[in-house]
Write a new protein. Structure first.
Length: 108
């Protein structure tokens, strides 16, 4: 089962929406990582077995450089309304296992 970690660029309404659907999701604020580096966020998510959800392309750069991660779900900020982001995250959660997502980048 996928667990999510949403970085500070993802609206809090997304976390609320996936949680209402029974999906475990932590946020930057929950984890006490406000203003932490991207590397710190990725390390936290990996240690917790959480797939990183982000609008920040820097995570794609880290992944392309071989940085290990529990998975990254990326979408460009503002491309989709909050409800659509939630629907797409639910679909990823339904279609993939946590094991499938290790070192995988999924684009919404």
């Amino acid at each position: 089962m996928i667990l999510y970690h949403l970085d500070e660029h993802v609206p809090s309404a997304v976390a609320d929406g996936v949680r209402r659907r029974g999906i475990d999701a932590s946020t930057t604020v929950d984890a006490g990582l406000r203003s932490a580096t991207d590397e710190t966020h990725l390390a936290y998510a990996l240690a917790q077995g959480r797939v990183m959800v982000t609008c920040d392309r820097d995570f794609l750069v880290l992944a392309s450089r071989g940085r290990s991660h529990a998975g990254i779900v990326y979408y460009p900020y503002g491309r989709y309304p909050v409800g659509e982001v939630i629907r797409r995250l639910v679909r990823v959660w339904e279609q993939h296992s946590a094991e499938d997502m290790v070192n995988r980048v999924e684009f919404l």
